[in-house]
Design a protein around this ligand. Structure first.
Ligand code: PMP
Ligand code: GLN
Length: 384
């Protein structure tokens, strides 16, 4: 059948993972940890199944998880949240993003996004009939192009879709940049959908700051988190939305249409996870920072130029110094086949209909065990 989805390619993450399996390559492509998440959460999920948590939970999520999301907002960011009216539990951040855009966007509304971008953003916006206004960030620092961003806003702007810490760049938006965005949202009476799945994964001096905490933004912002990222349980697909009550109500209606509810035992376990000591979240980031440093060092020794990454599971390396004759896609294919390491070509994070898409950057995931990173680094020394 011919439909709006006919032209949508299979996601690059699945394509590269399949190639990695086929060629027995070490998979630093798709962003998923190769460790189990916290054992106490696994036990809590298993116990909940045996306790008979097996029927439809409430539409907006289990009260205990909504409460934990509210407490997490208060503890980390000082955001006061009414768990009964301002939190919705979704099937991963993926559903949360789609549901939030369904909640806000009418046909013809303009939505501002930053490119490179996560692969669901543009197709979902186009299915909703939105006009997508893309603003490109430029490597290596991905600084906010302020004049261009201001020019992307206009009388038809409904929202900005903002991802910080950002996949694939590892950029963590600064307070100054967020204040500039907040100013535009206030000026144009627009909303923000904030994909903050990597909120607990920032390194060094970088700190995640939710746009929602800035003056005037509480009533305009939908903030999205993911248990997959915060607890290294990407297969669980538990996400959570924090939004002012009128917006949360609309997100809940979209959720009612998309999936209706999320496995109750997993919700119970995630509630327990969100209440973990602050030390847990710091250790998660510390471990990831160590892996980032080892990988960055190994890539540099292999002759690639490594871009800074202040957050997320990812870093980007520039292959130009290698003098490779093809583009990033060809490089990734050859690296999987001949070197035995899989990574994602960064051009996949651009709207393929665009022009001047950079073709010399490759994204590596470092959310892997030390020995796996070490193995990849050893193999990579042959790319020169
Ligand atoms: N947004 C970004 C920026 C991501 O990188 C990901 C996935 N890793 C998601 C959303 C989806 O999160 P989830 O697995 O919770 O659906
Ligand atoms: N978000 C993960 C990544 O960027 C992949 C998620 C997916 O495969 N859909 O690698």
């Amino acid at each position: 059948a011919n439909s709006l989805l006919s032209g949508l390619p299979t996601t690059i993450f699945s394509v590269i993972s399949a190639l990695a399996v086929e060629h027995r390559a070490i998979n630093l492509g798709q962003g998923f940890p190769d460790t189990e998440g916290p054992a106490d959460m696994v036990d809590a999920a298993a116990d909940a199944l045996r306790d008979g948590r097996n029927q439809y939970p409430p539409l907006a999520g289990l009260p205990e998880l909504r409460g934990a999301v509210a407490r997490s907002n208060a503890r980390f960011y000082g955001i006061a949240v009414d768990p009964a009216r301002e939190v919705v539990v979704t099937c991963g951040a993926t559903e949360a993003i789609t549901a939030s855009l369904m909640a806000l966007v009418n046909r013809g509304d303009e939505v501002v996004v930053f490119e490179p971008l996560y692969d669901t953003y543009v197709p979902v916006l186009e299915m909703l009939g939105a006009v997508v206004r893309k603003v490109r960030l430029a490597p290596p620092h991905w600084d906010l192009p302020r004049a261009e961003l201001a020019a992307a806003f206009g009388p038809r702007t409904k929202a900005i879709l903002l991802n910080t810490p950002m996949n694939p760049t590892g950029k963590v938006f600064t307070r100054d940049e967020l204040e500039f965005i907040a100013g535009l949202l206030a000026q144009h009476d627009a909303y923000a959908v904030c994909d903050e799945v990597y909120e607990h994964l920032t390194f060094g001096a970088a700190r995640h700051l939710p746009l929602m905490t800035l003056p005037g933004m509480r009533e305009r912002t939908i903030r999205i988190g993911s248990a997959g990222k915060s607890f290294s349980m990407t297969g669980w697909k538990v996400g959570y939305v924090t939004a002012p009550a009128p917006l949360a109500d609309l997100v809940m209606k979209a959720h009612q249409l998309l999936t209706f509810t999320v496995a109750p035992n997993l919700q119970r376990a995630v509630a327990m996870g969100l209440d973990k000591d602050t030390a847990y979240f710091h250790q998660l980031a510390d471990g990831m920072r160590g892996a980032r440093d080892t990988l960055a060092d190994g890539l540099a020794r292999a002759g690639l130029s490594v871009l800074p990454s202040d957050g997320s599971y990812f870093l980007i390396a520039d292959i130009a110094p290698l003098g490779f004759a093809g583009d990033d896609v060809a490089f990734c294919q050859q690296m999987i086949r001949d070197v035995g390491v899989a990574a994602i070509p960064v051009s996949a994070f651009y709207d393929s209909r665009g022009t001047d898409i950079p073709a010399r950057y490759v994204r590596f995931a470092f959310c892997k065990k030390a020995e796996v990173i070490a193995g990849a680094v050893a193999r990579l020394q042959s790319v020169r």
